[in-house]
Design a protein around this ligand. Structure first.
Ligand code: ADP
Length: 157
């Protein structure tokens, strides 16, 4: 079974990586798909994010990194994927994620959304928190893969 793990990953955090590693044990292949969202102004370009995720997931055999635009279900169809992998942290995630899962079900009934609960030490962790800390000169080494910390320190230096 092929699963798509869609998201912004701006940047990828240890919370994302944890979901990817656990997803890789459950599915034959996990495609980490960076959403090109023209309405957001990201810290890193889509190309850079793809490179960053590739570097952070080098140790995993069944991971592919790609990008897409438009509807996630259409992208999933084009990749013969039947699962959307998503992570849940807190109650506010649940509301948003459930709405998205239900919407996607109405668009294509061939898709199932599978949620993995965050590992408890990452329940507070988001890409925005990482950017906020880094912007004010704080340490982020314990929150993101090594290559990402390096890129972010360069960005804010
Ligand atoms: P999006 O803009 O699609 O929410 P994100 O990159 O913020 O993109 O998140 C992608 C997915 O990863 C979402 O399902 C989100 O809930 C999940 N996620 C993000 N951070 C964590 C974390 N620390 N633990 C578990 N899941 C997470």
């Amino acid at each position: 079974m092929i699963a798509i793990y869609p998201g912004s990953f701006d940047p990828i955090t240890l919370g994302h990586l944890d979901i990817i590693e656990r997803g890789a044990k459950l599915f034959e292949q996990v495609i980490v798909a960076v959403l090109c969202n023209p309405s957001k102004s990201p810290l890193f370009s889509v190309e850079t994010r793809i490179e960053q995720i590739r570097e952070s997931t080098q140790h995993l055999r069944n991971i592919e990194v790609d990008s897409f635009t438009g509807l996630t279900v259409e992208y999933a169809k084009s990749r013969q994927a039947s699962v959307l992998l998503r992570g849940l942290r807190v109650l506010s995630d649940f509301e948003k994620e459930l709405q998205m899962a239900h919407t996607n079900q109405t668009l294509w009934d061939g898709i199932e959304t599978v949620f993995l609960a965050t590992t408890k030490e990452y329940s507070f962790l988001s890409s925005s928190i990482v950017k906020e800390i880094a912007q004010f000169g704080g340490t982020i080494d314990h929150l993101v893969p090594e290559n990402i910390a390096r890129d972010i320190y360069v960005y804010y230096s």
